[in-house]
Design a binder for this molecule. Structure first.
Ligand SMILES: Nc1ncnc2c1ncn2[C@@H]1O[C@H](COP(=O)(O)OP(=O)(O)OP(=O)(O)O)[C@@H](O)[C@H]1O
Length: 115
């Protein structure tokens, strides 16, 4: 049990590191709060909340993995390397795809309620 709490602490410190250092993650968190307020105001249904939570989770997880990959690349290849650059580009691409999917989900749910 103590080991479990300890590894949970390490995971939380990874999230805290990402919040402190990654402006994109901070932007995602602000967007999360705004979407939460809009969802509460527009009284989303249970199913709609499920999609919103999934969309938000998708982006935050993608951003955390992107940050981990960036750190790893900087560790193993601090000097310029074309492949290292590509690894970072692909990881950043994953975040863009996740964000794009989230925007589509949000649009499908919110636009009919606003028009
Ligand atoms: N070691 C490297 N070798 C070659 N190209 C690199 C390397 N490090 C970064 N790059 C290129 O520069 C781009 C930006 O890298 P950087 O580490 O600044 O990532 P970032 O997405 O701006 O991260 P952050 O969110 O920390 O600002 C990468 O996507 C990649 O194309």
């Amino acid at each position: 049990m103590r080991r479990l709490i300890k590894s949970f602490g390490y995971a939380l410190s990874g999230i805290a590191y990402t919040v402190k250092t990654q402006m994109n993650f901070q932007i995602h968190l602000v967007a999360t709060i705004l979407v939460g307020i809009a969802g509460w105001y527009l009284q989303l249904s249970g199913n709609e909340w499920l999609w919103i939570v999934l969309a938000i989770g998708l982006v935050l997880v993608a951003e955390l993995l992107n940050t981990a990959i960036e750190l790893l690349v900087d560790l193993v290849s601090p000097e310029f390397n074309v492949k290292a650059g590509k690894v970072k580009d692909v990881a950043a691409g994953a975040v863009i795809v996740a964000a794009f999917i989230s925007v589509i989900i949000a649009a499908i749910i919110f636009i009919p309620k606003l028009i």
